[in-house]
Write a protein that binds this ligand. Structure first.
Ligand code: SF4
Length: 707
């Protein structure tokens, strides 16, 4: 492989939301952890360690494809533009959609959002981040007035009690887990509580494990709130000055005050639940980490607010070692949120007029400012279809053209078979990707070859709001181009040259930074004033920094230390919650949970190519309790089939008492392309959280049979 960069190149791991710094040794495909990066200080997990093995060009898309035939860029771009234009003329701008990815860089995301929402005039732009942390976005906005993570990774090390709920940190965010365990090794009195239906690898390191019945998290945290109130352990000074909604929230939580009844409802031992409550009440420095087990539920937003309620009521926010901490799945899930890549967002955390109606005298001020800033005559005025609804609209022919970038929805969406059928029927499917053989590329009319991690330049934002650079250290393979470049090329072919004449990603980032200052004056946390006039050289030399960055050197490690939030009255909101669980709808003998395994990433398009990463789990499996296996006369390794009205999944039985009886766990990674009938997402219906619209991947229901 040719050297592209003569010096060591500092970049960022392209997998999970921890956002570890990596170093490429003098432009080679040798990759090590970056000792100076504040996310990982040199550590890497097994996926990051194996990054170098994903960098060969085998299977890569090296030139555009039009209608199944190799094509040059001019043909691909003019064909895409003319077909898009025809659809827009015949069916209106709302017949065009984009489906993006937390794998994209912020600059890629920014121009895609600008093109569709600002210039084509369609609001139907969503991202696979909808499947990842949309419930956290909604919960943050309800509580804080803005989608903002209050704390930072260091808080995990400073906390005396870390509560991990719906988070298998050991496998899904391993370097953060290493940091947590390292801090505990130095101070063994620090406690870890794990709340999860499965006894995961994370739970093995816990001082206390609560194997909660799925869907009862809101009740558990509401019960905790009621308990703390009765014990006189709320921070009433903080809530009186800086919060609203405490009285109503406590009233709603009263029904969970009886710990014995609550323990019965959550199906955990009453003594353990009491211990958890006592530890929480006695420990000022408490961090609650939550992830997909909270987000991917039909009541995910309520779960998020149940956690935040407790932190607000005890004043455990904005202080070292005390915060609710959402850990996102993807490397740039946060960056996408910053530039408005969810269907219900505008760029730069600017708000639609409907979000400010009744709050602001001029509710369209932010929308108008963005319209002028972009010189975008067709800027959308309201949100569009979120992921599940977007593919449903394709299926019924309402959306005629979709551009999918850096993601594989034929495997990863709920109702995955219906998504595949929808794309087969869609008039125009554009796909930007790096590999030839993904299930989604197979459905494309036009394929754009994109740059991969080692070839790209831009920024990503990790789970603690830290913006880091991805830097290219290998040359572009074949004719592959940067995603931002492809979007700008299509925009120009559509006649929108004035908005998309960027020379490099630095120019895009400066525009993004300038946009965050519009109508701001402290009204929004996302403020990159310090970056809006940054030179190309400064962008190249960027060191990882957290936002907000109103000026150079600003300390943004923790927010809300001053008790000022981003709501209209600058107070945080506690949200009254019912706590009643939301049950899955399909019907079946087992509750189906799905998630990551240690060594794979998403739909295995990259990690599936690394032999060493296949050794941990080489086949799709169905984890089940031995008592359930006995009922079906199954032994470890037997082939089983899960099914419901939507589809089937096959895998090998994996017997483990880490599972609760009546509940199954399957990996989310496998697809059709490796010869397995193991796309677990075909089994999930369109159950979603009513606020965040995030699918409920933890709450399926299936039948089981032995093959
Ligand atoms: Fe990459 Fe996440 Fe592993 Fe860090 S923890 S090396 S970001 S996969």
């Amino acid at each position: 492989m040719q050297s592209h960069a003569p010096q060591n190149t500092h970049s960022t791991c392209p997998y999970c939301g921890v956002g570890c710094g990596v170093v490429s040794n003098k432009g080679s495909a040798t990759i090590a952890g970056d000792l100076l990066h504040p996310a990982n200080f040199g550590r890497l997990c097994v996926k990051g360690t194996a990054l170098a093995e994903t960098l060969n060009t085998q299977g890569r898309l090296l030139q555009p494809v039009v209608d199944g035939m190799p094509a040059d860029w001019p043909l691909a771009l003019t064909t895409a533009a003319s077909r898009l234009q025809k659809i827009i003329v015949e069916h209106g701008p709302g017949s065009v959609a984009m489906y993006l990815s937390g794998q994209l860089l912020t600059e890629d995301y920014y121009v895609a959002n600008k093109l569709l929402k600002g210039f084509i005039g369609s609001s139907h732009l969503d991202t696979n981040s909808r499947l990842c942390m949309a419930s956290t976005v909604a919960g943050h906005k309800r509580a804080f007035g803005e989608d903002v993570v209050p704390g930072c990774y260091e808080d995990l090390e400073l906390a005396d009690l870390t509560v991990l709920v719906g988070s298998n940190l050991a496998w899904a965010h391993p370097v953060l887990f290493q940091r947590l365990l390292a801090a505990k090794a130095v101070s063994p009195d620090k406690k870890i509580v794990v709340i999860d239906p499965r006894r995961t690898a994370t739970a093995e390191s816990a001082d206390l494990f609560l194997p909660i019945r799925p869907g009862t998290d809101v009740a558990m945290f509401s019960g905790l709130l009621a308990y703390l109130a009765r014990q006189g352990q709320l921070d009433t000074d903080f809530t009186e000055q800086h919060c609203t909604g405490l009285t109503q929230t406590l009233e709603a939580a009263q029904c969970w005050l009886n710990i014995a009844q609550l323990a019965d409802y959550c199906d955990v031992p009453v003594s353990d639940l009491t211990t958890f409550f006592q530890w929480f009440g006695a420990t000022a420095r408490t961090v609650t980490v939550f992830s997909q087990g909270i987000n991917q539920a039909a009541n995910g937003t309520d779960k998020v607010n149940a956690i935040i309620n407790v932190h607000l009521a005890t004043g455990r926010i904005g202080k070292p070692g005390a915060c609710p901490l959402s850990v996102t799945g993807q490397p740039n899930a946060m960056g996408g949120r910053e530039v408005g890549a969810l269907a219900n967002q505008l760029a730069g955390h600017l708000r639609f007029p409907s979000e400010l109606t009744g709050i602001d005298e001029t509710p369209d001020a932010e929308w108008q400012a963005l319209r002028q800033f972009w010189r975008a005559p067709d800027l959308v005025q309201q949100g569009g279809y979120t992921a599940v609804d977007l593919f449903a609209a394709i299926g019924r022919g309402e959306i005629k053209a979709v551009w999918i970038m850096a993601t594989n929805p034929v495997v990863s969406m709920p109702q995955a078979d219906l998504v595949k059928q929808a794309l087969q029927r869609c008039e125009l499917v554009l796909v930007s990707d790096i590999y030839q053989d993904s299930d989604t590329v197979a459905q494309a009319d036009i394929v754009f070859p994109a740059l991969g991690f080692a070839e790209k330049d831009g920024t990503v934002t990790n789970s603690e709001r830290r913006i880091s650079r991805q830097r290219a250290f290998l040359p572009a393979p074949g004719e592959a181009r940067a995603d931002w470049q492809i979007v700008c090329d299509v925009a120009k072919a559509l006649g929108f040259a004035h908005g998309f004449n960027y020379q490099n990603p630095a120019q895009i980032f400066r525009e993004h930074a300038a946009l965050t200052t519009l109508c701001n004056n402290g009204r929004r946390a996302l403020d990159l004033t310090a970056c809006r006039a940054m030179s190309d050289a400064a962008y190249d030399a960027w060191q990882p920094q957290q936002w907000p960055l109103p000026q150079v050197g600003y300390d943004s490690a923790r927010l809300f230390a001053n008790g000022q939030f981003y709501t209209a009255d600058r107070k945080a909101k506690l949200v009254p919650l019912s706590g009643l669980e939301v049950l899955p709808r399909q019907g079946g003998d087992f509750v189906l949970n799905s998630g990551r395994i240690r060594d794979q990433w998403h739909t295995m398009t990259r990690t599936g190519r690394v032999p060493a990463l296949m050794q941990h789990q080489s086949e799709p499996f169905v984890a089940m309790h031995p008592n359930d296996a006995r009922r079906y006369q199954l032994k470890d390794g037997d082939l089983v089939e899960l099914s419901n009205a939507l589809g089937i999944f096959r895998g090998r039985a994996q017997l483990t008492d880490a599972q609760r009886c009546g509940e199954l766990f399957v990996p989310m990674h496998w697809s059709g392309q490796f010869g397995f009938l193991s796309r677990c997402d075909v089994l999930y219906d369109d159950s979603r959280d009513p606020i965040s619209r995030q699918p409920a991947f933890k709450q399926g229901q299936v039948q089981l049979k032995k093959l």
